[in-house]
Design a protein around this ligand. Structure first.
Ligand SMILES: *Cc1c(COP(=O)(O)O)cnc(C)c1O
Length: 478
């Protein structure tokens, strides 16, 4: 039942005293014509409503959540604690800089550490998400070429193993996208890359590890090919959880990178809350960054770079997310950061190894932080699809892996266990995967029915996609 359906006129939770100051009425043009539909519930009813909703959803606090490409790891509570300190919450973005030195220090330290981790020189925290960071990074590349009057570069090369946001961001930035295929080893086909590289190429976007969970072994050759044709190299660092503290994109020839703090650095991903997709770049691009770079030693100030691409978001981006990232970096330290990545890679390989006698792996080689299996042959033999197995997992309290992505693998399930899961959790999940495989062979029909234990049983996905109900129709219900 929706909160609006539980609403009864006159009930409420307001404990505010009557207003004592003069009230001013807005001019008619600014006034709402119809009454605003706000639910009216007592505090107790409201509490129950949200607890009930929470019980119906699945989060990392409920169970295993191996959603590939999403890094749904456990985020330590201490990171939330520091972000909640009054010095960080009770400030105003327009406050004079000298009264917010601590906050500027957070931005400065975060920039220093993240530049150290990525091998970049400067960083902006304005972008609010990964895709927003990609768009920002592409504008840096575009502005760089324009600043040199090099206007013939209209293309961005994006390998077919890239995250889906890469070609979308390139198109948003006004580029035409050239797709380069991967070879059977899951890496970029160098031959095809050489063919695509030329005077009209502004740059390349590489998701690494790519969406099949592999580190491109030709990465140095890839950046070389692009630089030789005059293009710049963009590193989609949303999968940094696999490599942080081990290799640095800046050392591998990349000029621009974005990170997803809401994946790798202690902000939950996918919760609908604020995210942060900081963009780092090499010094020669720094003067194009959005405004509010922190400068100075003793006294810190903000500066807008001389040839800035402009504002990508208000003020400094989602500041609290940066506080969490800094806390995370400081608590893990120089040893803990690479160790987290090593464990993420170890956990993925452990699961892959324990499943590969039953499930076909799309690329049967050592993986990074995630692996992709293909259920094409299982489907052919039993009629049980990747979707059916995913739904079956729900009945065992496991959130399904990413399904039908990447597009280059048929009947794909993409599993990212993350480093914060214990050996026991992984073993349990492996058992569940294995039992579902047996079930697919013995009683495939039952898997078409799954899930049967969840608050909502199998949804009609076609109707949901074709005729989505996206708003509540008050007029009809009231
Ligand atoms: C998640 C992800 C993105 C996009 O990040 P958003 O914050 O969802 O916009 C981009 N690239 C890769 C590789 C990702 O995993």
């Amino acid at each position: 039942m929706l909160v609006f359906e539980k609403s009864r006129p006159g009930r409420g939770t307001s404990v505010l005293p009557p207003c004592e100051v003069e009230t001013v009425t807005l001019p008619k043009k600014d006034r709402r014509e119809k009454k605003l539909h706000l639910p009216e519930l007592s505090e107790g009813e409201l509490g129950r409503h949200y607890s009930e909703l929470a019980k119906k959803s699945h989060g990392v606090n409920d169970g295993f959540y191996p959603l590939g490409s999403c890094t749904m790891k456990y985020n330590p509570r201490i990171d939330e604690e520091t972000a909640n300190l009054p010095g960080f919450t009770e400030i105003h973005p327009l406050q004079p800089e000298e009264t917010a030195q601590g906050c500027l220090k957070v931005l400065k330290f975060s920039e220093t550490y993240l530049c150290e981790i990525t091998g970049m020189d400067r960083m902006t925290f304005q972008p609010a998400a990964g895709a927003h960071g990609e768009f920002t990074g592409l504008l840096l590349i575009k502005t760089y070429h324009e600043s040199r009057n090099d206007t013939k570069r209209t293309k961005i090369i994006v390998p077919d193993s890239a995250h889906g946001t890469n070609p979308a961001s390139a198109a948003m930035a006004g580029y035409s996208v050239v797709s380069v295929p991967s070879g059977p080893d899951g890496c970029v086909n160098l031959e095809k890359l050489r063919e695509a590289a030329g005077e009209d190429v502004a740059g390349l976007m590489l998701t690494n590890p790519n969406t099949v969970g592999l580190f491109d072994k030709n990465i140095l050759e890839i950046t070389k090919i692009i630089h030789e044709c005059g293009g710049l190299c963009y590193y989609d660092g949303a999968n940094l959880n696999a490599v942080m503290g081990t290799v640095r994109p800046g050392d591998m020839g990349f000029d621009v990178i974005h990170l997803n703090l809401h994946k790798t650095f202690a902000t939950p991903h996918g919760g609908g809350g604020p995210g942060s997709g900081p963009v780092g770049c090499k010094q020669f691009l720094a003067e194009f960054l959005p405004s509010k770079l922190v400068e100075g030693e003793e006294v810190l100030t903000f500066r807008k770079p001389a040839s800035s691409i402009g504002e990508m978001k208000s003020f400094y981006g989602n500041f609290q997310v940066v506080v969490k990232a800094l806390t995370y970096i400081l608590t893990l330290g120089r040893e803990g950061i690479p160790e987290a990545s090593r464990n993420a890679v170890l956990n993925a390989n452990y699961m892959m190894f324990k499943l590969k006698d039953l499930y076909d792996m799309a690329y049967d080689q050592v993986c990074m932080h995630e692996f992709v299996m293909s259920l094409a042959s299982l489907k052919k033999e039993t009629g049980v699809s990747a979707m059916d197995i995913a739904k079956g997992l729900l009945d065992h309290g496991i959130h399904p892996p990413t399904m039908y992505f990447p597009l280059i693998v048929d009947e794909a399930l993409m599993v990212e266990p993350t480093e914060t899961e214990s050996r026991e959790t992984l073993d349990d999940a492996i058992e569940v995967f294995r039992s579902l495989y047996e079930l697919a062979r013995l009683n495939p029909e039952s898997l078409h029915e799954a899930p049967v234990t969840t608050p909502v049983s199998r949804l009609d996905e076609v109707t949901a996609a074709r005729h989505p109900v996206l708003r509540y129709r008050f007029e009809e219900s009231l």
